[in-house]
Structure formats: C-alpha cells, structure tokens
Design a protein around this ligand. Sequence first.
Ligand SMILES: [Zn+2]
Length: 332
Amino acid sequence: MLSLRDVVGHEQVVKSLQSALANNFVNHAYTFSGPTGLGKKSVGFAFARALLCRCNQGDACGECDDCNRSERGLHPDLHIISPEGNSIKIHQLRAVQESASITAYGMGRQVFLILQAEKMTLAAANCFLKTLEEPPAGVVFILITDEPAGMLPTVLSRCQQYRFSRLSREKVLRVLANKGSGAYYSVESAQVAAELSEGCPGRALAMLEDPNKRISRIELLMRIVRGRPGSAFLPVDKLTEREDLGEFINSVILIFRDVLIWQLTGSAELLINVDRHSDIIELAGTYVKPEVMDILITAEKSSDYLASNVNQRLVLDSLLFKITGQWDDDRG
Ligand SMILES: [Zn+2]
C-alpha cells in the first residue's frame, strides 16, 4: 500500500494532508472528489495509514505494527464502508456511529474510509450527518466520491473538501511504471493507454488489464453507426450501468476526436486510437465535419450530465439520436 510520499501527482492535496498530520491539525471529515480512476482511493488509504501510524511522522513509517496491520487490511481502527448492492444503507451508517463511539485501539484514532460516498441513501446520509455534527474525538472520516453532486450539501459542507485533478500524460506513465513492476504490458501499450486515459491512471490500468473492454465499446459504437439511420433496435442493452455508459461516452469522444483530426489533417500520426485506424477512416467517410463536431459537443455534454446525476436513459438517448441522425430524419 502506498504512503503519501509515494503518491504521483496531486501535490497540493498531499502537501496539505502531510502538513495537517505533522501539525496534528487533522479535521474530522474529508471528501476526495474527482473523476473515476484518478487515485482518490489510493490517496485515501495512504492518508488513513499515515493517520494510524504510531510513529506520527506526518506519513506512514511503513515499519511499525500499525503500518503492517493497515497494509494487510487488518487494522482494527481502519474501517472501510462501501455500497451493499447499489447503495450505502442506513444500517451500515448506524454501525459506523456505534464503532465511532468506542475508544480506538492504537494511536487513539479511528479512520472510516467511505467509498462511493454519493451512494448513501437519504436515510443513511441523514444518519451520517448526525455523527458529523457531533464527531467523537479521534475519529476521521474520509469520503471518496466520483460524483459529489450526488451527496447531501449539508454533509459536504461539514467536510474539508479536496478536488482531485487529472494528471499529465507523463505522470500517468509514471504511475503505470510503478504498478507494472512485473511488466505484463509493453511500453507501447502503456503509452496508448496513458494517452487514452485522459489523465486518470486508474483508467489506463483498467485498459491495460482488460484491453477487450475498450475494443468492445468501440465495436458497439461501430454497430450503432452501421445500423443507422434510426434503427429501432440499437444494441445498447449493455449500457444500463452508469459506469458502462460513462465509459461508452468516453470512447465516443475519443474516437470522434480522432475522426475530426483525420478529416482535418489526414495524418495517422496524430491519432490516439492508432489501433482502430480503419474504423476512424470509415467514420470519417460516414459523417461530414459539422456532424462530427455536433456529436463531439453532445458527447461532452452527455458526460457532464451523467456526472450531475441526470437520468441515464435521457443522456444515452440524446447521444444516440445524434449518432444515428434520428433528429434530422424526424425533422425531414
Ligand atoms: Zn508506522
């Protein structure tokens, strides 16, 4: 498990957390927010580990009993809460309330890492709010979320909020190099993944671990395009999960960016999806430039809508209408 000093990127966040630790000026609740795959959870774990380290040096020492236990996921004062099924339920937050009131074992701290915090039910969030209003001494909550807009504003306002930013391509490559010590992927594929990841190392890693997922999303897009105009049977049943839809939209953006680049320059050197060259040429022949730009704008908007919790089906439909050209057909 990572220590704060090993984190690649997110310098401001890490510096601020380290200084809070060093000055013993730790808040009782934090939110780490930002797009999927930025490393919020890793920083959350590193911070939790540092908070519980008995050496109290502003980071995890990596040597003590506390560090060993938290590394193995066996620290009695490190509690991890994640959705049960689709949501974080009230009984989970009642259990948090209960354990938070019990004295901690080691450093006198108890850390609760709440993953996908936006998935708390309203009842759970209200229960949590009560705990936040009167936080027991020594308790630290770290809430990790991709969608802070889905959280209760009253919960957010009681947390110190850190917004994580995207990493540069070089830093994504550094994360990949650190993780890939077993070198199970080539330098070339790491470079393509870093390029496609849009600054999210987790996304690059997922692509390297399962390259078929990305390919199948692009193939789904090609099936939709070839089924136009206005096929009533779009093969989109695989996009019912929010995360899958988000990744699909992302693939649409990256592919159509390449289509536009190809239309403008005719140069394959500038393409990101180099391995899908023939699809890009096909798409460039299917759509004229203004249509490509229209699809790109709609896809970018769809991505924002999805992040702000707009109905998933509406988001998908508006994008598909653009890709299949149904709006234009309807208007005649
Ligand atoms: Zn330690």
